[in-house]
Design a protein around this ligand. Structure first.
Ligand SMILES: Cc1ncc(COP(=O)(O)O)c(C=O)c1O
Length: 375
């Protein structure tokens, strides 16, 4: 049996819980969309009110300094500077902005995980690029030695690495791959949609992009694109910025949910105040507890290694159990929020649907045991 004291940094769990509205049930779904804090919600609402009082463009100008601080802090999470950061609407929108600016010749090869997020593959193909598989082991983790050989023998135009996949709580060896890419002169693009606020993303990638609503617990409809200057200089925006404005600003949509960006800046500030290192330790411990408590329960089997340092766990169903139905029943009969992920999410790797459990810092052992009992 687990006790609360088995999870480190219990103060973080308590403060994270206290900082936001009480959940209607048991929310174990931050890999889909997390829960915002009162302060992030209020900051966004306050900005929206300002728009009504002052005018949208006057309110935006008044929030310039805050947004710039946000770019600086977000850049810091990626090991970059404020000038390297562009706000966008989502992780997908960030990838689209990058590919639009990069203008790589059609047919250029892009190395990605076999378990790459299907919408990312679709975007690469839309831009005429050719996704090719990176070598991986049995859980879908990049095989670093084999990647080194691939980069030496037949380097692609770039490597696109999804740091933590959507369908599996496996942390990819991004720092090792960043070092290999740098040595080989091959740019590394890191999809950090599932890793910003969850894992260390300051690893030397040339591009880090992600989204607000998941582990950073910011508003929906906001994303970020961070590009190192050497690569940013190779991008051609549709409309360049005037002299003196950071070139990456050309990749920010002019019309935007500015209130959402303000909310994200507050959420990122809270993440930093909590201590990213402590956040990662607690999230990893929650992942471990989730796997230990759930593996084998009712015939459900955990896919991830038990000590994988992430908070995301996926479960394959017992024979004859429909994952979508199970997810619906957990929600409607037990008030437990989590996700059913179909194989279309990552058809290069998934052989069937999984149930994804992704608790944030406030999860308790009681939540996990309630889920085990319901399963
Ligand atoms: C690994 C990964 N990449 C990209 C995305 C897309 O993020 P967004 O919905 O913000 O475009 C997701 C969302 O689930 C994801 O899990």
């Amino acid at each position: 049996m687990y006790a609360m004291s088995d999870l480190p940094h219990e103060d973080l769990g308590a403060s994270w819980r206290k900082a936001r509205p009480r959940p209607a049930g048991r929310h174990l779904d931050s890999a889909a969309s997390s829960r915002q804090s009162h302060r992030a919600l209020e900051a966004a609402a306050h900005h929206a009110r300002h728009e009504a009082e002052l005018g949208g463009y006057v309110a935006e100008a008044a929030s310039d300094d805050l947004l710039q601080q946000g770019r600086s802090v977000i850049g810091g999470l990626a090991g970059m500077a404020a000038a390297d950061v562009a706000f966008g609407e989502s992780a997908q929108a960030a990838l689209v902005a990058l590919l639009t600016g990069w203008r790589l010749p059609a047919g250029s090869r892009v190395a990605c995980l076999p378990g790459e997020y299907a919408p990312n593959i679709a975007q690469l193909r839309t831009y005429g690029l050719r996704p090719e598989p990176l070598p991986v082991d049995g859980v879908g983790r990049a095989d670093v030695a084999a990647v080194a050989r691939l980069l030496a023998d037949d380097p692609p135009a770039f490597v696109h690495l999804t740091h933590i996949p959507s369908h599996r709580g496996v942390l990819q060896p991004a720092a090792e791959i960043a070092a290999l890419c740098r040595e080989a002169g091959v740019p590394l693009v890191l999809d950090a949609a599932q890793s910003l606020g969850h894992a260390d993303t300051d690893l030397g990638a040339d591009v880090v992009y992600g989204t607000s609503r998941k582990w950073l617990a910011g508003p929906r409809g906001v994303g970020v694109l961070c590009v190192r200057p050497a690569l940013a200089r190779q991008l051609t925006p549709v409309l360049p910025e005037p002299e003196g404005v950071p070139p990456m600003r050309a990749f920010e949509s002019g019309e935007a949910h500015v209130a959402g960006r303000v909310g994200l800046v507050v959420a990122v500030g809270e993440h930093l105040a909590a201590g990213p290192h402590r956040v990662r330790e607690r999230l990893g411990a929650i992942g471990r507890a989730t796997r230990e408590i759930l593996d084998g329960v009712g015939g459900w089997r955990v896919i991830e290694p038990v000590d994988e340092p992430t908070a995301t766990t996926t479960l394959t169903p017992p024979d004859g159990v429909d994952v979508v139905d199970a997810r619906t029943r957990l929600l409607t009969e037990h008030g437990i929020v989590l996700s059913a992920i179909g194989p279309e999410r990552a058809p290069g790797e998934m052989t069937g649907p999984v149930l994804r459990v992704s608790p944030h810092l406030d999860a308790s052992i009681d939540d996990l045991e309630a889920l085990a009992a319901a399963l």
